[in-house]
Design a protein around this ligand. Structure first.
Ligand code: ATP
Ligand code: MG
Length: 433
C-alpha cells in the first residue's frame, strides 16, 4: 500500500459533524454583522512579508518567530501566510482608496497561520473572525465594537461576566508611550537578572512587549512595572472614560487591566480582550483595540481605525466546555428506495419536495441495487430525520409514496407523487411546532 499522507501538524481538518458547529457559528457571525452594518471583505491569504513586518512591528512574537515566510520560487519575492487579518485589511483599503467616501465597517472570516507549538486552543492554522472600523476616531465605535462582541456571546448562549470576561486598557498615544518607555526601561534594567532571553533582547528595542510575557518567573517584575495608564494625558483619559461609560450604561461588566498591551505594535488608546478561565492557558477568545497610526504607517492617507479578532477554534472549544451545542442539522426526511422501484419518479418527487424547502436525503442504491428494508430503516433512524419516505416498486407505479414518522407516534400516510408540492410543508419541522 502507498504511504498514507497526512496533514501538517497543527493544521486540522474540519469534518462533519464538527463542521456543522462551524457553519452554525459562521451563520451567527454573519447575522450579527448585518445587524451592525458591517460588510464582508476577503483579502489574500498570502501577502508580502514586509506588510506584517512593518504593520505588526519587528519586535513582536508574531514577526520574530511565528510567521510562515517563504520565497516565491519564480521571482524571489518574500511572501508570508497571513498571521492575522488587520494588516491585510488595511493594505486593501489603502490600495483601493476605500475610505474615499468616508468611514467603513468591515468584517472577514478566514484562516490565519502562526508557527507555534500546537496544543489545545493553539494551532498553526486557525481561524479568525475579524471586524474593522476604519475612518472613525470617536470612542463610540470602540464601545460599539465591544458591545457587538458581547451581543455575539449572548447570541451563542454564553454568559457575559461568567463564561467570558472583558478586560480593557488604554495604551494612550505614541508620545505618552515614549514617556512611559523611559520609566519602564529604568524599572526593567533594575531587575535585569530576572529577564529571560526575549526580555533582555527587547529591553531597548520594545520594552512594552516585555509586559506581554507569558513567563511566570517574570510576572512579579512585570506586575510592579510603571503603568502606562499613569502617563496618559487628558485627551487619552477622556477617550478611555467614554468607552467605560458606554459599557457601564450597557451593563457590560469589565475589569481595567493596566497590564494588557496586546501582541502587536499597531495599537493605541483602547485595547481589550475577552478571556475565559475554562480553556487553560489559551484563555483569550477575542482581542482588539484602536490602531489609529496603522493606515498611514502602511502608506495610506492618515485615518483612525479600530477592530478586533476572535479565535473561532477557542470559541468553539469554550462553547463545548460549557455544554452549548449547535442546533440539529438532521434532514426533515430520509428517502429509501426498495428493489425494482423506478428511480426517475423518485428523483423527481424529491426535487419537488426540495423546491418547497424540505431537506431530504436520498439513500443511494449501490452497484448491486438497494439494501434490505431493515438496513435502510436503520440508516433512516441514524440520519435523525423526522420522516422516512418509503418508495416501493408497486407504490411508485401507482403514483404514491409512504410517509412514515420516525421520531414520534403517528400514522403512516400515503401521498400522491404528483401532489408533492402540496404535502411538502407537512414534513417541515416548523409545521410541527
Ligand atoms: P495568545 O496570547 O493566546 O497567543 P494572541 O494575542 O497572539 O493570543 P491575537 O493575535 O490577538 O492573539 O489573535 C486574536 C485571537 O485569535 C486570539 O484571542 C485567539 O483567540 C486566536 N488565536 C491567536 N493565535 C492562535 C492560535 N495559534 N491558535 C488558535 N487561536 C489563536
Ligand atoms: Mg500569540
Amino acid at each position: 500500500m502507498a504511504e498514507l499522507l497526512k496533514a501538517i501538524k497543527g493544521m486540522n481538518d474540519i469534518l462533519p459533524p464538527e463542521s456543522a458547529r462551524w457553519e452554525w457559528l459562521e451563520d451567527k457571525v454573519r447575522a450579527l454583522m448585518r445587524r451592525y452594518g458591517y460588510q464582508n471583505m476577503r483579502t489574500p491569504i498570502v501577502e508580502p512579508t514586509a506588510l506584517f513586518v512593518r504593520g505588526l512591528g519587528e519586535v513582536t512574537d508574531i514577526v520574530e518567530k511565528e510567521m510562515y515566510s517563504f520565497e516565491d520560487s519564480l521571482n524571489g519575492d518574500k511572501l508570508t501566510l497571513r498571521p492575522e487579518g488587520t494588516a491585510g485589511a488595511v493594505r486593501a483599503i489603502n490600495e483601493h482608496n476605500f475610505l474615499y467616501e468616508g468611514g467603513k465597517r468591515l468584517y472577514y472570516i478566514g484562516p490565519m497561520f502562526r508557527h507555534e507549538r500546537p496544543q489545545k486552543g493553539r494551532y498553526r492554522q486557525f481561524h479568525q473572525v475579524g471586524a474593522e472600523v476604519l475612518g472613525f476616531a470617536g470612542p463610540d465605535v470602540d464601545a460599539e465594537l465591544i458591545l457587538m462582541t458581547a451581543a455575539l456571546w449572548r447570541d451563542l448562549g454564553l454568559v457575559v461576566g461568567q463564561d467570558v470576561k472583558l478586560q480593557i486598557n488604554s495604551l494612550g498615544e505614541p508620545d505618552e508611550r515614549l514617556a512611559h518607555r523611559t520609566a519602564l526601561i529604568a524599572h526593567l534594567e533594575a531587575h535585569a537578572d530576572v529577564l529571560d532571553e526575549d526580555g533582555k533582547r527587547r529591553l531597548h528595542s520594545n520594552p512594552l512587549r516585555i509586559l506581554d510575557t507569558k513567563n511566570p518567573a517574570m510576572q512579579p517584575v512585570v506586575e510592579a512595572a510603571p503603568k502606562l495608564i499613569d502617563f496618559l494625558g487628558e485627551a487619552s483619559l477622556a477617550h478611555f472614560s467614554a468607552v467605560k461609560q458606554a459599557l457601564d450604561v450597557a451593563g457590560i461588566p469589565y475589569e481595567v487591566n493596566t497590564r494588557l498591551v496586546r501582541g502587536m505594535d499597531y495599537y493605541n488608546l483602547t485595547v481589550f480582550e475577552w478571556v475565559t478561565d475554562k480553556l487553560g492557558a489559551q484563555g483569550t477568545v477575542c482581542g482588539g483595540g484602536r490602531y489609529d497610526g496603522l493606515i498611514a504607517q502602511l502608506g495610506g492617507k492618515p485615518a483612525p481605525a479600530v477592530g478586533w479578532g476572535l479565535g473561532m477554534e477557542r470559541l468553539l472549544l469554550l462553547l463545548q466546555e460549557v455544554g452549548i451545542a449547535a442546533p440539529s442539522t438532521a434532514p426533515d426526511a430520509f428517502a429509501m428506495v426498495f428493489a425494482g422501484t423506478p428511480m426517475p419518479q423518485v428523483l423527481a418527487t424529491l426535487e419537488a419536495l426540495r423546491a418547497q424547502g424540505v431537506n431530504v436525503v436520498l439513500n443511494p442504491a449501490g452497484k448491486d441495487g438497494p439494501a434490505s428494508p431493515k438496513s435502510q430503516f436503520k440508516k433512516a433512524d441514524a440520519s435523525g430525520a423526522r420522516y422516512a419516505l418509503v418508495f416501493g416498486p408497486d407504490e411508485v407505479v401507482q403514483g404514491v409514496v409512504s410517509v412514515k414518522p420516525l421520531r414520534e407516534a403517528g400514522e403512516q400516510a400515503t401521498r400522491a407523487l404528483s401532489e408533492a408540492a402540496q404535502w411538502a410543508p407537512s414534513l417541515l419541522v416548523s409545521a410541527q411546532s
